[in-house]
Ligand binder design. Sequence first.
Ligand code: SF4
Ligand code: SF4
Ligand code: SF4
Length: 445
Amino acid sequence: MTFKSLIQSNIFPIPVGSYYNLQPNALYLVYSPLAHVMLIATPDSVRDLESAISEPEKAIPQIKEAIEQLINHVPINKKIRKIRGTDDLQKMSILPNHICNLSCTYCYSSQGRTNMVLNKTKLKTALEYFINPARLENRFLSISFIGGGEPLLSWDIVKYGIEYAAELATKGGFTLGMTLITNGTIMNEEILSVLKKYNVLPDISFDILNEFQEKERGQYEKVCNTLDMLAANNLKPSVNATITPSNVCFQEHMLQEIISRFNFVDNMIFEPVVDAKLFQTVESFKKFYNDYRVYFTKVRKLGEKYGKKIESRLSRNLNDIIDRGCPSKFTVTPQGDLTICYCSSSPKETHYERRVFGKIKNDLSISLNQKKFLSIHNENVYSFSKCSDCFAKWHCGGGCMCPNDTYSSAYLDVICDFTRDYVKQALLERMDAEGIMSDFLQKLN
Ligand code: SF4
Ligand code: SF4
Ligand code: SF4
């Protein structure tokens, strides 16, 4: 059965019979993400909805009422703020260097290592462009200091960036959120006091369990020490763990370790690794993503019990409507180039040239190629033909550029299946929680 008219109206009939031990197409979840409405329907009711979309006057009152609910939303082009060029960007990433004191097995930036460190005056120029009240009307901005390398190996640059950004934000009347993403091996009193003074959120990349941290990243004790120092200074760190084939089934253990050893951590991100060399076959990739979905769902539920939030890019986006995998960023690389995402930071990387849209020149002028920026920004849910009828499209946005650039289409299909399975499962759980499903099944019996 195809439901062209419903799908064109952003109403997606999703077969869910197998979740209730029925034939897959025996039951549908009819989902309207833009209206935040979902209902459960038999195949006959879905057919009635499909006809009612084009001829509502012929529909029976119940179907007419359902259609009205499902289409009652603000149009997508009004729901999502349009980005017309770099002047509309509200998120900045700053990569102070390409140097790192770790060599994590799955490092996304290992190809790009150089001794390059961001020049302070180039950073000044970039901040003055970004935090400029004449550039955009919106007064909310965010900045992440991130790698590329380990930002705290260039502390003087990070410190300068934090202080100058805060000064410009105050002058320009901006609310500015700042985050420092670090591998957690470097911390001292001076860093703590600056983070505290400027309310910078420390986000520690840490695989939590000693065994996996040592296997994939190293320096377990140092990172524990950093977390303890942050807590002792009332700085609440978040933890960013990379989920690999080794630790994918240990996500609940990771949470338990947080509760018993680092209970001051309330927010975690458990994101699947992006590394083509880890997966020799599509089958092994499929297994990994399936395990990730199962154990990630479990750990999120366990986290809720203990007041801990465990998120991923996808779980976050489920509460949002997006047309792009993530917001485009004004990313300053150590050489002073401007790219759309921190994953592209060094000319030594394969896809770098495709992701650069500008440059802070040696004379400190900024050159911005708006046409190129827009062509990269517009790699989104509208540009991938596979996304047009996908029910997960407004929570996925066509996916993250990093796996999109890393994997072949057979592997990306696995990520798409995972995305749809995750979204479907989350929607069904919401329906169960609201009791809609049990009421419906009782009526059906
Ligand atoms: S800490 Fe980050 S930048 Fe350094 S090797 Fe590990 S993943 Fe790469
Ligand atoms: S799951 Fe795949 S097909 Fe669906 S929106 Fe995301 S990238 Fe597109
Ligand atoms: S494209 Fe992917 S890796 Fe880059 S910032 Fe967005 S979510 Fe992160």
